[in-house]
Write a protein that binds this ligand. Sequence first.
Ligand code: IPE
Ligand code: MG
Length: 255
Amino acid sequence: MNPLYGLYTRRLRRQLTGLPQPRHIAIVMDGNRRWARRAGLDDVRLGHRFGAQHLEQFLTWCAAAGVNCVTAWVASADNIRRRDSAEVDYLMQLTETVLADHVRRDHRWRLHVAGQLDLLPDSTARALKEAVEATRDRVGAGDLTIAIGYSGRLEVLDAIRGVLDEAAEAGRDLTDVAADLTEDDISRHLHVPGLPDPDLVIRTSGELRMSDFLLWQATRSDIEFCDLYWPAFREVDLLRALRTYGRRKAPTTQP
Ligand code: IPE
Ligand code: MG
């Protein structure tokens, strides 16, 4: 590793001391295929392989920085519906063999899954559910949510369905349900209820949009856009994003 990089990393870590820090970071890991093309790889799926392995490193950096709630967007509902089947199959294999396995081995995280699991092949949905079960009772672990087959709008629709189903079961009158509906009712029925909203969303690859990510949860989040493609995102880029966040949130001494 470049010694200057080590020095810079340590300097950034020092600069974070005493600054407010996000409790929950959500990451949009974009740019895998462009990264692969730029690296001269003929098979862009290799970008996904590096991208999936890179998430393991990112989680280590988050844990080292003291951030123990992370949501990682692995694939959108549209990615799964629209991309060619060889690419989607490969992504699903990676999810089973790299992501699910990693979380089972890495005792720092409890796994949660957000998204339309019925869009996934059975084996992928099963591997994820098993990893969720295997990690559920980890005491003192952080919360890692994998968003896969995910659409923020569909998640909100699912939450509204959940509210209505619950009301129907209780035999409530719809007019009363509508009159009493609160934000909490929706939050309780999200795919992964009970997590704090993300304080910071990071999106790589220079794309300046949210693309239907965490529609409900990220309404008040800070957003950091980074020009690097996901597999090229480094620890210093995370630390810089944390520094920008911390400085923005630090109580100002100005009147
Ligand atoms: C992000 O990389 C991973 C997924 C969306 C599955 P992309 O596959 O979107 O790569 P680019 O943005 O086309 O380079
Ligand atoms: Mg993309």
